[in-house]
Design a protein around this ligand. Structure first.
Ligand code: ADE
Length: 219
């Protein structure tokens, strides 16, 4: 799966991309993540990418042309691969369709090869971008963030971990096992502020049946 992120804040993705499971998935070529900054494609003075809204109102709107140029760049890159690409274009928006496990599952099941995520900012993106690319507005939850970068990272994370072999054997096993919200590791007893915090006895018992039952009860 190839992820393409269109954002005016590309640095935000650096640490996320270079850590842990996502970094390993990129290294193992299970996924790729490319970042495109509309500022690199704008032909406006001072690398401008936004403007005041028609009809008035507070804040700025991301202008259509720099966005279109950036997304076109992504499409050109995808088309150069000359494989059977299936591309989904998502636009982050607090008023979009809910991003759920089901939504991410469908993207995998429908065998999309490329997902373009356009990160919204300011008051919004000129509505023509969505029309031109037939993008789908998607929201990660019922709250308003300052921009679409965090939603984009969340979407990539949720989708990537569902791609076969992105999670290692142990991580997949952990997922499928009866897991509990309560986990412990050494020491068996931890003292804090005069109080003793002990690991539940059942976990030390070695009785796997009892342990599984206990975990179910903690879910
Ligand atoms: N941009 C701002 N808030 C958002 C949200 N909840 N989901 C997706 N994009 C957003």
């Amino acid at each position: 799966m190839h992820f393409h992120i269109v954002t005016i804040f590309p640095e935000m993705f650096n640490s996320y991309i270079n850590e842990s499971i996502i970094a390993r998935a990129i290294k193992n070529k299970k996924i790729s993540i490319s970042i495109y900054n509309p500022r690199d494609y704008t032909i406006y003075k001072h690398k401008k990418v936004d403007d005041t809204p028609y009809g008035g109102g507070p804040g700025m709107v991301m202008a259509v042309d720099p966005m279109v140029r950036a997304v076109k760049k992504v499409q050109q890159k995808i088309n150069r691969r000359k494989n059977k690409e299936k591309v989904k274009i998502i636009m982050t928006s607090p008023s979009g369709k809910d991003f759920t496990n089901e939504y991410s599952g469908k993207l995998i099941k429908n065998k999309y090869t490329d997902i373009i995520i356009i990160c919204g900012r300011y008051e919004g993106i000129d509505a023509r971008v969505k029309k031109i690319f037939k993008a789908e507005d998607v929201s990660i939850g019922n709250y308003v963030l300052t921009g679409g970068e965090l939603p984009a990272m969340i979407m990539v994370d949720v989708i990537a971990r569902r791609i076969p072999r992105v999670l290692g054997n142990i991580e997949s096993l952990e997922e499928n096992r009866v897991s509990s919200s309560e986990m412990y590791t050494r020491p068996e007893m931890y003292e804090y502020d005069g109080k003793k915090y002990k690991v539940p006895k059942v976990l030390l018992s070695g009785d796997h049946k009892k342990i599984e039952e206990w975990k179910k009860g903690r879910k």
